[in-house]
Write a protein that binds this ligand. Structure first.
Ligand code: NAD
Length: 253
C-alpha cells in the first residue's frame, strides 16, 4: 500500500483521483479547504505551512507520491486568489515535502492545463517563477482572468520541468498532466452561465474525440504517472484533452 498526499481532493478531478487511488488499495491523505483529512487554506503561506506540518505528522515515514490538484478557475473574480492557490499552493507544498518524497523515492504529479500554451503574459509567468508572491499577486490584478489562470498553469508546468533534474537526483520523479475541458463543479458554473454558457458549449463541441472529459479520465492518467510502470517518464506534460491541444497547435511537438 502506497501513501499519497493529494491537494484539492474534495471535489471534481481531485475527488476522482482520491477515489481511484484508494480503490487501488492506497492510503490517500487529502488536503483541502473543505471535506479533507487536513483542512487548510492553500491560498496563504500560513495555510500551506500548516498543511506541510500536518502531513509531516501523518506521513512521518515518507510519501510515495504527491498530487497538487487544488485550483481555482478563471470564473473566480479574485485574481490574487487564483494566483496564490494555483501556483504558490502547488510549488510551496512540493518544496516543503521534498525530503518526505525522497525518503520513499516517491513521485509527483502536478495539475497544469491545456490552456497553459495559450498564455500571452510571459511577464506574469516570469514573476511567478521568480517566487515573488506579493509582486505576482499584485500583477495578477491588472490582467484578464484567463491570462491569470493560463499563466499560473504555464508556470506550474515550467517550474516542474526546471526542477526535474534536481528532484530526480533526490530520487523523486515529477510530471504534470494538462487536462482539457473536464466536467466538474468548476466548469459547471461557467456552462450554466447565461453569458458564457453558449460559447462554452460550442467549445465543448469542438473537442476532436467528440465528448468532454470526465474527472475519471484525469484520475486514470494521474494513477499511471504515479505508478511503477511510468518509472522512466520524468519531466513530461501529458495532455489529457481529447485532442484539443493537437488541434490548436498541430506543429508543436
Ligand atoms: P473543482 O473546483 O471541482 O476542485 C478544486 C478543488 O480545489 C476543490 O476541492 C476545492 O475545495 C480546492 N480548493 C480551492 N481553493 C482552495 C484553497 N484555497 N485551499 C485548499 N483547497 C482549495 O475543480 P476541478 O475542475 O476538479 O479542478 C481541479 C484542478 O484541475 C485545478 O487545478 C484546475 O485548474 C485543473 N483543471 C481543470 C480543468 C477542467 O476542465 N475541469 C481543466 C484544466 C485544469
Amino acid at each position: 500500500m502506497a501513501c499519497y498526499a493529494l491537494t484539492g481532493g474534495a471535489t471534481g478531478i481531485g475527488a476522482a483521483i482520491k477515489q481511484r487511488l484508494r480503490g487501488e488499495g492506497n492510503q490517500v491523505i487529502v488536503v483541502d479547504i473543505k471535506d479533507a483529512d487536513i483542512v487548510a487554506d492553500l491560498s496563504s503561506k500560513d495555510g500551506r505551512m500548516a498543511a506541510i506540518a500536518a502531513l509531516r505528522d501523518t506521513a512521518a515515514a515518507g510519501l510515495d507520491g504527491l498530487i497538487t490538484c487544488a485550483g481555482l478557475g478563471s470564473n473566480v473574480s479574485n485574481h490574487k486568489l487564483i494566483t496564490q492557490v494555483n501556483y504558490f499552493g502547488s510549488v510551496e507544498l512540493i518544496e516543503g515535502l521534498k525530503d518526505l518524497l525522497a525518503a520513499k523515492r516517491g513521485s509527483i504529479v502536478m495539475i497544469s492545463s491545456n490552456s497553459a500554451p495559450m498564455n500571452n503574459t510571459p511577464e506574469f509567468v516570469d514573476l511567478l517563477l521568480s517566487g515573488e508572491e506579493e509582486k505576482a499577486t499584485e500583477f495578477s490584478a491588472t490582467i484578464a482572468a484567463q491570462e491569470v489562470y493560463s499563466g499560473t498553469k504555464k508556470a506550474v508546468a515550467q517550474w516542474m520541468r526546471s526542477n526535474v533534474v534536481d528532484y530526480a537526483a533526490a530520487g523523486v520523479r515529477m510530471n504534470a498532466i494538462a487536462p482539457g475541458y473536464t466536467q466538474t463543479p468548476m466548469t459547471e458554473q461557467v456552462e450554466n452561465d447565461p453569458t458564457y454558457g453558449p460559447a462554452i458549449k460550442e467549445f465543448m463541441g469542438s473537442i476532436p474525440v467528440g465528448f468532454p472529459g470526465k474527472p475519471e479520465d484525469q484520475a486514470a492518467a494521474t494513477s499511471f504517472l504515479l505508478g511503477p510502470e511510468a518509472r522512466f517518464i520524468c519531466g513530461s506534460v501529458l495532455f489529457v484533452d481529447g485532442g484539443h491541444d493537437a488541434m490548436f497547435r498541430p506543429s508543436q511537438v
